[in-house]
Each structure stands twice: as structure tokens, then as C-alpha cells.
Design a protein around this ligand. Structure first.
Ligand SMILES: NC(=O)c1ccc[n+]([C@@H]2O[C@H](COP(=O)([O-])OP(=O)(O)OC[C@H]3O[C@@H](n4cnc5c(N)ncnc54)[C@H](OP(=O)(O)O)[C@@H]3O)[C@@H](O)[C@H]2O)c1
Length: 288
């Protein structure tokens, strides 16, 4: 079994200074698992691993870490071939809860360590816990050696500045909603300045972006699917991208994006689709 020919992007922040001299490398293309129920997660994730995916994105909130773990075990891949991300759930921000929840996550996944652990949402205040407190807990977790890198998700510029100024530790990645209708240009410029890797969630706009006439036209011109066009756009923009599907034919074609290239004009035409349109919750308005 060989992996997808996806690029590996080094994580240069949010990693242990005492760790190996080479930084952890995140495969630029992975599989998302939001709304993949635990009973389906084993066969969906196993199909992806057999098709060459090596990067799996799950979360405590998704309730499917055990199913993902069964797939990892069934794949018989070596641990160092895999890149597994999970995320701290909103009710688990207190230090004791965070540590216990990480134990449960590792147990469910059948792993000794995570490659990347993210704070799922920037809960500015969760039962008296400030997001700087949460980040200090993440740093403690990093120091424990049970995660290779720590990062955040759904953080705005203000959230990023608060935690980095308070602790001096920059997150490895910020996983945010990002697709052709929401290109997050100003947040991305802050990521670039701080050295944070941009990771796109809902990279297909939950499927809605695939009907955009500009995307459909480019797909026809290149004789590929609209999903392949959009995933290729994320890759050429330098984002880490984690499209989700429960269908093995879609998982396969979504990973088959290394045999064609978008022209500069096609990339620019997709860039121009930005209209600030979210398909998920705004970071400041998430339900907890
Ligand atoms: N950090 C966060 O707060 C956060 C929030 C949301 C998502 N995420 C992560 O990001 C991942 C991706 O986001 P997402 O799942 O919300 O949305 P997405 O990947 O943008 O879109 C998934 C939707 O597109 C459909 N789809 C996939 N491939 C397709 C294809 N080739 N042709 C047509 N339709 C296709 C899927 O349907 P089928 O499954 O039926 O194929 C599903 O309905 C998640 O799974 C999760 O891991 C993180």
C-alpha cells in the first residue's frame, strides 16, 4: 500500500522543543470525518487508508474516534506512516477534563500519541476558563509527549494574538472554514506572518460550492469533477485540506488530484468567488 502523492508540510510551531530534530510533517490532503457515525467510521476510514490517505481528521465531538481507531488497526499501517488529528471538545477545557479526555481519545483511537491535537472552538469563557488557560493546558499536554503538535481551530486574529502574546507559543495550525466562497484572506495573512499552517474545514463548502458555475466550467474544461477542481485549488493555494465523504468512489476521486494542474487564471477565477459565505457556525456564535 502506498500513500497519495500529497505534499508533506512541516509544522514549525506548537511542537516540542525537546522533540526529534525533524519537525512533524502533515500530509496536505487528508480525510475529514465530521458526521461519519462511529458504525460507519471503520469502513469509511479503512477505505481511505487503502486508497492511500494517511491523514485522518477526527474530534472528540464527532463520537467516532473508536471507529477511526478500528480502521487504523485494521489497516496494519505502521504508526509513523499515519497522521492523526483529534480536537478537544468544548466541555473539556478545564485542565483535569482536558487531560482525562485526551486519555479517552488515545484509548479510543488505540494510539500512544496524536500527531496533532487542536482546541476545537475558541471558547473565550467556559465555566471560568479563559482561552489562554486552555492554551496553557495544551502546552502542558505537548510537554507530556502524548501529542506531537498542538494547534487551534476556529480562532480569529484576536484569539491568535491573545494566546500567542500570553504564552509565546504559536499554534502549529489553525483549522478554519475555508473554501472558494470563504477564502479567509485577512486571517491567512496573519497565519503567514506568524508561521501558522492554514487548514481548510468544509473545503467543499459541504458540497454547495460544487454547483458554482465557475467551478463547474473549469471542471468541464479539465475533464475532472467539480470536487477535484476545488481540492486542487486548496492544494495549489498551500492549504491543508480534509474533504469528507462516506462514499469510497468519492474518497478515491477526491484523492486523485495530482495528475492535473489549475492554470493561474483558473486559480484567480476561483479566488474571485469569495463572498464571505459560511456554511458552518461563526467562531463567535458557536453553540456550546
Ligand atoms: N474544526 C471544525 O470546527 C470543523 C468543522 C467542520 C468540519 N471540520 C472537518 O473538516 C472536514 C470536512 O468538512 P465537512 O465534512 O463539513 O464538509 P466538506 O468536506 O466540505 O463536504 C462534505 C460534503 O460533500 C460531499 N462530497 C464529498 N465529496 C464529494 C464529491 N466528490 N462529489 C460530491 N459531493 C461530495 C459529502 O457527501 P458524502 O459524504 O455523501 O459523499 C458531504 O456532504 C470534516 O469532515 C471535519 O473533519 C472541522
Amino acid at each position: 500500500m502506498t500513500g497519495l502523492p500529497a505534499d508533506l508540510i512541516p509544522l514549525t510551531h506548537g511542537i516540542s522543543p525537546a522533540g526529534p530534530s525533524t519537525p512533524p510533517m502533515i500530509p496536505q490532503l487528508g480525510l475529514g470525518t465530521y458526521k461519519v457515525v462511529d458504525d460507519d467510521a471503520e469502513h469509511v476510514v479503512l477505505a481511505a487508508l487503502e486508497l492511500g490517505y494517511r491523514h485522518i481528521d477526527t474530534a472528540q465531538m464527532y463520537g467516532n474516534e473508536a471507529g477511526v481507531g478500528r480502521a487504523l488497526a485494521a489497516s496494519r499501517l505502521q504508526r509513523e506512516e499515519l497522521f492523526v488529528t483529534s480536537k478537544l471538545d468544548n466541555p473539556n477545557h478545564r485542565r483535569d477534563d482536558a487531560l482525562r479526555s485526551l486519555d479517552a481519545t488515545l484509548d479510543a483511537l488505540g494510539l500512544d500519541f496524536l500527531d496533532l491535537f487542536l482546541v476545537h472552538w475558541p471558547l473565550a469563557m467556559s465555566a471560568g476558563i479563559d482561552l489562554v488557560d486552555t492554551w496553557r493546558t495544551m502546552i502542558k499536554i505537548l510537554d507530556s509527549g502524548r501529542v506531537r503538535a498542538i494547534g487551534v481551530s476556529n480562532y480569529t486574529a484576536e484569539h491568535l494574538h491573545r494566546i500567542t502574546e500570553a504564552t509565546g507559543v504559536v499554534p502549529a495550525v489553525n483549522q478554519v472554514e475555508l473554501h472558494p466562497w470563504l477564502t479567509q484572506e485577512s486571517l491567512r495573512s496573519i497565519h503567514e506572518r506568524l508561521g501558522i499552517v492554514t487548514q481548510s474545514w468544509s473545503p467543499l463548502g459541504r458540497g454547495q460550492v460544487l454547483q458554482d458555475p465557475v467551478v463547474v466550467q473549469i471542471a468541464q474544461d479539465l475533464k475532472v469533477s467539480p470536487a477535484q477542481v476545488v481540492i486542487r485549488w486548496h492544494l495549489q493555494k498551500g492549504f491543508v485540506v480534509i474533504p469528507k465523504s462516506v462514499h469510497s468512489d468519492r474518497i478515491r476521486t477526491n484523492g486523485d488530484v495530482f495528475g492535473f494542474t489549475l492554470s493561474q487564471e483558473q486559480v484567480a477565477a476561483i479566488d474571485a468567488l469569495d463572498r464571505g459565505q459560511r456554511t458552518g457556525s461563526h467562531p463567535d456564535r458557536v453553540q456550546v
